[in-house]
Structure formats: structure tokens, C-alpha cells
Ligand binder design. Sequence first.
Ligand code: ADP
Length: 256
Amino acid sequence: LELSLQHASKLEAVGRLTGGIAHDFNNMLSIVIGNLDLARGSLQDNEKALRRVENAIEGAHRCAELTSRLLAFSRRSPLQPRALDFADFIPGLTKLLARTLGERITIAAELDGELPEICVDHAQFEAALINLAVNARDAMPEGGTLRIRVQARDVPAPEGTGSPRWVDITVADTGTGMPPAILARVFEPFFTTKEAGKGTGLGLSMVYGFVQQSGGTIAVDSSPGQGTRFVVTLPAPDRRGITPASIDQRAPDAAA
Ligand code: ADP
């Protein structure tokens, strides 16, 4: 618990800091891009200079993409939980992932028996699963299988949550896996092993924050060469539309 509190306050601080920086940075970046675009226009007959300016424009656009991700991270909108039926949700997600992940990744989605509805923010739940899936794809450069499995879990609720049922959403890949030293840090904000411009280290932080705010937990296990498996466990409230008391509605940047 202490660890997750530390994590939460670190996330909050990082969120506020990056939000401020990203906002100013974005404004300045639009000046840079605007001027580069103008310069490009007047360089039509200087091929060498034109190429340099085009490289600079490309770099600036990458910066803009990063700052907009940082902004999205720090300004995560408050959750709007609604009842979610997996039988409706998963086929759409699978289709979206098939388009996003490319041909080399085989997607196997499986719904186990009759599943209770959960109550989550649909857009952010989808974003969290996409995050896990994109990481899985990155870990399978030669291709592989992404498995998504949804199972009901009738176990006593963790203390104080009052939710009688839980749903496990497993996202597993056949990728590179991770050694313990990396595995221990995956949920840390800004921790990434990807090359500059490819990773921000914010994906799993966001997933972690979302799951916590939704009253759930996330677990991961992985070993090199064996692939990686994330299990997101979310409460399935008793009655439709009633969110468990444990759901923390405060956005991490509520104070900002
Ligand atoms: P990013 O994807 O920008 O690096 P994340 O927070 O999503 O940020 O992930 C942090 C790091 O965790 C990744 O750089 C990678 O080293 C590791 N990781 C995450 N998911 C997987 C996975 N499915 N397989 C192997 N490594 C992973």
C-alpha cells in the first residue's frame, strides 16, 4: 500500500509538472513549426537547405507529439464510469487492435462463460488496453500472438471494497519478456527501454493510474524469452449503474 501511495503522489507531482511544461513548450513549438514551414516555402530551389528544414520540421512534429501525450497524461479527464458488457466491447476492441497492431500480430480474444458487467470509463478502459497491446506488439518485433482473456472471478472482495465479484482481464504476449530489474520498474512514470522518440515511459503509468482509480488492481509477470502477462482485475458492481464505494473519483490532477 505504501508503495502504491508513493507511486500515486509521484504520478500526481509528475503530472502537474509536465502539464505546465508541456503547455508552454507546445506554444513555443508552434512558433518553431510555423517559421520552419515559411522557410520551407522560400527554399524551393535550394535542395540541400530544403532537406535540412524538412528534417527540422519532422523533428519538431515529433516533439509536438510527445508534448501532446504529456498533456493528455497530466490532464487526464475525470472518469465517467458506465456499465460495460464485454460481449459488446471485446469484438470492437479486437477489430481496432487488428488494424493498429499490423499483420504480424495474431490476436486471440476469449470470453470465459457468462461475465458480469463492470463499471468503467469506456474510453479510458479502451485506451488502457490499447496501451498494453501496443507494448505487447513492440515486444514482438518478429510477430507473435496477443491474447486477451476475460474471466469472472468469484472471490471474496479485497478488504473494504464491498464488491462481490471481480473480472480479470488478461493481456498476454509471446514477446521478449523482461528481466526482473526492468519488470520492477515498468509502472514508473518515464521509465522506458525504448529509444528516444519511440517511448515516453508514460503508457503503463497511465494504465496503472486508471486501474487504481477504477477500484481495481494490475499485476504483471514476465520472464525473458517467455513473454509477458498483465492481469487487470476490476470490480463488477452488484447492480447495474452502481459503482463500488471504492472507486476513487478524484483525478490525479484534481488540485490543479
Ligand atoms: P513506453 O512504452 O513508452 O516505453 P510504458 O510505460 O508503456 O512506456 O512501458 C515501460 C517499459 O516497460 C517499456 O519501455 C518496456 O521496457 C517495458 N514493457 C512494457 N510492456 C512490455 C511487454 N509487453 N513486453 C516487454 N516489455 C514491456
